[in-house]
Write a protein that binds this ligand. Structure first.
Ligand code: F3S
Length: 753
């Protein structure tokens, strides 16, 4: 049993009281979103009517989930905190590092040897710190979480954007960066801007070729990739209750594609059935007892405009299948217009590969419905024109659909079953001929379809649709096809047509599996964490030095970044992802994407020791070798983009002492504070213009560094003239302690001693 019944029971007991108090305090009915958020307030945040989209609030999530790419740095940081065990139940899932090439078995074997050092590290650290470990091949994080850990009314964070998948089981599940996971695993609160709430009312019932995927594809078309930003999307209505639990998961999963903080559905019979089918009947019964707390108040759903920030209504009776793309998930085209649109837009009409599965669409229902289409191809003697792959989301699903003779159907039509892992969805796909960079079209049942996402080829037109639509299009091998209206010519030269898909929501004979691939956390285990000193992918962290109690003087300017400087400019992704567990190696990408204000070039800055120009990492390393702290100057919204903690750890590692900008993206500002860097903003935005190449900085009076008190920054120019500018900061008293200790983790370690 992977889930923790006692935890769920205690959450429900507290929820009952907290929701009653919240309804009284706010003096109004509550959305389901508010019920979960307000019953997970951290002790440092009082119960009150928070202003949505404005107030920052501290929460206490119930769980943490991490995938193997992001878990590396999260656990390396956790090791610095001096704790014996994680403070909340946490899991690691080995899913991102398995490359799809020759099929499940061989691909898994190859990954186990290529990534051995990473897997050894993650499994040994998981054992040591009481973290559940899901081995490579066990499944994709979000499918495994849905099958084992998600529960209605719960709150979890996960170090992956599609963590909201667990909203299909009624959970507030939010994707975060590793530093946030470390906070929660070390027992700290987790901060979030109190979200707005978008209500989506679903009426009617799906029919024919339509599936849950089409709901979110339509929503993406309505709201676009930015429409959900800062919001939680709450689905309700009789249409919502008619959707299977895993269908709900698909919808919540792709809420990430509209920028939503997360999405969720209230508890209903479908969730009860799914919990029971996945060996959690006790949780289903418990949730049923508390069912009134596990959905929004009826007054809210009767009068949604009064309680949601935005309301959208979709009638499932009249929904039609959608195909979204290419290059963006919000370009939604209804199936009836797709062939014409594809021709008019000049998209490559030959569809070369169809790929189904992934964390988004690999439920029993998805595979069963897609298999019903593939079986028709066999029965009606139609050949698949496109290549075809199936990525099961977990070993439990794979074993069950194999046992029920669904997976063999795909093999009979010449399809390839890939490992239970991310594979082509995250670009881990050794696609034949992709290196030729030719224009082509593929269709997937995944979630993201940005350029290069699947095969690295910028000319691959990636379309996203339901598994059954992908399967039908793979048979036709063309984009100018409509399975509802068009016929195909079979091997006997006859015209045949596909019937709508069919399939069970849950396996009639129940789920089964031989080996889940799970290693449960153990009590009192003494184990050495395995990191090879020769590794170029993993490196144990060395604690950053505490503040020496002195003023910072004579700090050279490292770079004055011009314009947009996102976390991608500060710590690029792509090939650097390999070094996510090795701070020194990944620091070689520090700010290589930022534009130097003085020459408008990237990665070409002046070294004040030598007077010559060099790359940003080289100059920073030179300052570090000479024990010199340096200063980064930035423009507006510095550090926007992601919560990637490397963007704050790298400058700290390379001896940056101060980041002084016009304004910060809040998450990055907090990350800098956590790493012990002084994060300051110009009180007068135009003072940014005063910074010249070759400037040196002094921050004086740091022994009086206090909340709400601006800091004086003395700038000395190359001609020895100097001036003082005022810098603001947002440090609270705890964050000042982080600065003094050298980092948040040092501070935690000190108090744990
Ligand atoms: Fe993996 Fe793709 Fe999901 S990368 S976690 S299968 S979105």
């Amino acid at each position: 049993m992977a889930f923790d019944f006692d935890l769920i029971q205690s959450v429900y007991k507290q929820m009952a009281t907290k929701i009653t108090n919240a309804r009284e305090t706010l003096n109004r009915p509550l959305t389901y979103t508010e019920k979960i958020l307000l019953s997970h307030l951290h002790g440092t945040s009082e119960l009150k009517n928070y202003t949505r989209g404005i107030d920052y609030v501290n929460f206490s999530p119930d769980r943490v989930a991490m995938q193997d790419a992001t878990a590396q740095m999260a656990i390396l940081q956790f090791m610095q905190a001096g704790r014996d065990k994680v403070a909340v139940p946490s899991t690691v899932h080995c899913d991102h590092l398995i490359q799809a090439k020759e099929g499940a078995k061989k691909d898994l074997q190859r990954a186990e040897s290529t990534n051995k050092e990473v897997y050894d590290f993650l499994s040994s650290a998981s054992q040591k710190y009481g973290i559940g470990f899901w081995k490579p091949g066990a499944g994709i994080i979000h499918q495994v979480v849905l099958e084992n850990y998600a529960f209605p009314g719960g709150m979890m964070i996960g170090t992956d954007s599609h963590t909201p998948n667990a909203g299909g089981l009624g959970m507030v599940a939010i994707g975060v960066g590793g530093a946030d996971a470390v906070d929660v695993m070390t027992g700290l609160s987790w901060e979030l801007k109190f979200p707005k709430v978008i209500g989506i009312k679903l009426t009617g019932k799906l029919n024919g070729w339509c599936s849950a995927k089409d709901v979110i594809l339509k929503v993406a078309g309505i709201l676009t990739v930015k429409g959900g930003t800062g919001s939680i999307v709450e689905y309700f209505g009789e249409g919502a209750q008619s959707l299977s639990c895993t269908g709900k998961g698909t919808i919540c999963n792709m809420g990430a594609e509209i920028g939503a903080t997360t999405s969720l559905f209230g508890f209903d019979n479908q969730m009860y059935d799914y919990l029971s089918a996945t060996d959690r009947k006790s949780v289903a019964e418990l949730a049923y007892q508390y069912k009134d707390h596990l959905t929004g108040d009826q007054e809210v759903y009767d009068n949604p405009e009064a309680y949601f920030d935005q309301v959208i209504e979709i009638d499932l009776n009249n929904l039609e299948p959608y195909i979204n793309g290419p290059f963006t998930p919000d370009l939604a085209t209804p199936l009836s217009q797709f062939a014409e649109t594809a021709k008019a837009k000049g998209w490559p009409l030959n569809m070369e590969v169809g790929l189904i599965g992934s964390c988004t669409n690999s439920s029993y229902e998805d595979i069963a419905r897609a298999a019903s289409i593939a079986q028709q191809a066999l029965d009606k003697k139609i050949e698949f024109k496109a290549d075809f792959t199936v990525t099961p989301g977990s070993e439990q699903v794979r074993y069950t659909v194999d046992r029920d003779n669904l997976l063999p159907v795909f093999e009979k039509i010449g399809g390839t079953v890939l490992s239970n892992a991310c594979g082509p969805c995250i670009g881990q796909w050794a696609r034949h001929n992709a290196e030729n960079l030719e224009e082509n079209s593929i269709m997937t049942s995944f979630n993201r379809n940005f350029a290069k996402r699947n095969d690295g080829n910028p000319k691959t037109h990636g379309f996203v649709a339901s598994p059954e639509i992908v399967t039908a299009f793979s048979i036709a091998g063309r984009l100018d096809f409509n399975p509802i209206t068009d016929t195909l010519i079979n091997k006997d030269g006859q015209e045949v047509q596909l019937d709508p898909p069919t399939g069970d929501t849950l396996p009639p004979r129940g789920f089964n599996v031989e080996d889940l691939g799970f290693v449960a956390p153990q009590e009192h285990i003494n184990i050495n964490i395995i990191i090879s000193p020769e590794s170029d992918r993993l490196q144990e962290l060395t604690p950053f030095k505490p503040w020496d109690g002195k003023d910072m003087v004579d700090l050279p300017l490292l770079i004055k970044a011009k314009g947009k400087c996102t976390t991608d400019h500060i710590s690029m992704a792509g090939p650097w992802l390999k070094y996510r567990g090795h701070l020194d190696n990944i620091s070689n990408n520090l700010l290589i994407g930022a534009v130097n204000f003085f020459n408008e070039e990237t990665n070409h800055i002046k070294n004040q020791i030598t007077g010559t120009y060099d790359t940003v990492p080289s100059v920073a390393r030179d300052y570090k070798a000479n024990s010199i702290l340096s200063v980064i100057v930035g423009d507006e919204n510095y550090g926007e983009g992601s919560s990637r903690e490397h963007a704050a750890m790298e400058p700290r590692h390379l001896n940056v002492g101060v980041v002084l900008v016009r304004s910060f993206a809040r998450i990055h500002e907090t990350n800098l504070k956590k790493q012990g860097i002084l994060a300051l903003t110009f009180a007068n935005h135009s003072d940014y213009d005063k910074i010249l190449e070759g400037d040196r900085f002094a921050i004086k009076g740091l022994d009086h560094f206090a909340t709400g008190k601006p800091v004086q920054v003395e700038i000395t120019h190359q001609d020895n003239s100097s001036e003082v500018v005022v810098a603001n900061h947002t440090y609270n008293s705890l964050q000042i302690e982080w600065f003094k200790a050298g980092s948040c983790l040092n501070y935690i370690k000190n108090i744990n001693k």
